[in-house]
Design a protein around this ligand. Structure first.
Ligand SMILES: [Zn+2]
Length: 439
């Protein structure tokens, strides 16, 4: 057996940590759906649009009340063009590995949908996909503190404290946290309470920031006076509920609140997941999401463990330098293996030359529908085996070290970073794990 084959066999046997998902709980999956509708919720749909599919046509294709084969006809040429992107390959892997169907095409779309619908009706699909087929010990889900602990632990996002868009946000959050908000200090107190609630009572394991979708990741220092001026815009007469829509609150306020949050996180030594690099969807400003913009935060908040998402794609080398240079910066490959399998492999080969191997987490599915997670973890295992095999073939290290490294990347590093040991125990107990509260 080649080094690659031996490593893949070893990695296939690992029960891995999944650092990032957007999955709804199984009981909350959308009811009116079919395979095209669910599998084109995101990612591959963006490749189809990139290939030329119009936004209007995509809406039709996603509409499960319309005829499946007619919708397939609309999408077919674009699917053909994009099939071998990471997103496309992930779906073909899911069709084959989960439903025993050889790829998604005009011939298979009907039977695939029948198998998809049957699996939904049968139930137990999360156990089948996440545990039995994907061998995922635990996934960190984005913002669902009531998540099913057999499968998940939760991240908490406080983005709405940094970018509130309307006074109604302030009122609602204040009601939830039992504080009447009139000043910047009140709002900071509300954020502090939310953080305590998340970590001390709801069992969240990390902070998460998704603001790179709508602003630069450079958070400058801004004084309270400037921040309060911006904040007061939310209370201006012309912004009363009936008169105006959302506003974009001033940058000084946003920056001030991020620094306040990081101050709280620093005192507790919390991990903080940051979206960097590629933004999902069509059309955005990639330069805003360059992880280099976060440098001043890395310098100032030494006890925060910055978990930098998505390999920083396309800023893989910048991220390499940051992780090498800062003790508190970690590389997270979530989403990465389907963005570009080649970039993931190349990135890992380079990082292992520059960055200590205890600072990289290899996998996060980052899907909003569960079948995609299967395809993604399969690509991730192959990519990591390939990168490590290259090192072995070049004589950099031997197979034992390669296996040890694989265990770190897929299990030990994320377990330590997010302090997951007790969560893993609860997840293994399964039935004993906290049951999801019904909404
Ligand atoms: Zn995500």
């Amino acid at each position: 057996m080649s080094a690659y084959e031996q490593l893949l066999e070893y990695i296939d046997g690992l029960n891995i940590i999944d650092t990032h998902e957007h999955l709804p709980m199984e009981a909350d999956r959308p009811k009116e759906t079919d395979v095209l509708s669910e599998w084109l919720a995101h990612y591959f749909s963006s490749d189809l649009v990139s290939a030329g599919l119009s936004a209007d046509a995509l809406e039709i294709v996603r509409d499960s009340s319309r005829d499946l084969l007619k919708r397939w006809k609309i999408v077919e040429p674009y699917w053909h063009a994009a099939r071998f992107t990471g997103y496309g390959r992930s779906l073909d892997l899911a069709a084959c590995g989960l439903y025993g169907i050889d790829g998604v095409n005009g011939r298979t779309i009907g039977p695939l949908n029948e198998a998809f619908v049957a699996a939904r009706e049968k139930g137990g699909h999360y156990k089948y996909v996440l545990k039995d087929k994907s061998r995922i010990a635990l996934s960190i889900v984005d913002s669902d503190p009531d998540c099913d602990r057999e499968f998940f632990a939760s991240a908490v996002r406080l983005d709405e404290f940094i970018c509130p868009v309307h006074r109604r946000d302030i009122v609602r959050v204040g009601l939830e946290l039992d504080i009447s908000v009139h000043s910047l200090d009140d709002w900071k107190e509300a954020m502090r309470r939310r953080l305590e609630q998340a970590f001390d009572h709801q069992g969240c394991v990390t902070l998460k920031c998704g603001l790179a979708y709508k602003r630069t990741l450079h958070f400058g220092k801004a004084g309270a006076a400037e921040a309060e001026r911006d904040f007061n815009e939310l209370f201006a007469e012309e912004h009363s509920p009936d008169k105006r829509g959302d506003i974009k609150i001033g940058k000084s306020f946003q920056d001030h609140m991020m620094h306040y949050l990081l101050g709280l996180a620093d005192r507790r030594g919390l991990p903080f997941q940051f979206h960097t690099g590629i933004q999902e969807g069509s059309g955005n400003v990639i330069a805003d999401a360059n992880p280099v913009h976060l440098t001043n935060l890395f310098l100032e908040y030494e006890n925060v463990k910055f978990d930098i998402f998505h390999m920083g794609y396309p800023y893989l080398m910048e991220l390499s330098n940051l992780a090498k240079n800062f003790r508190n910066v970690f590389i997270d490959m979530c989403w990465g293996h389907i963005i570009s399998p080649e970039a993931a492999r190349r990135g890992l080969v380079e990082w292992l030359d520059a960055v200590p191997a205890n600072k990289i987490s290899a996998f996060g599915g980052d899907y909003a529908f569960v079948d995609g997670v299967y395809g993604h973890q399969k690509l991730a295992r192959e990519n990591v085996a390939s990168a490590l095999a290259q090192k072995v073939d070049e004589g950099v290290f031997d197979l034992d070290r390669a296996r040890e490294t694989a265990g770190w990347l897929f299990v030990d590093n994320p377990t330590r970073l997010f302090n997951l040991a007790s969560r893993l125990k609860a997840a293994r107990k399964g039935k004993g794990a906290k049951k999801r509260k019904k909404k």
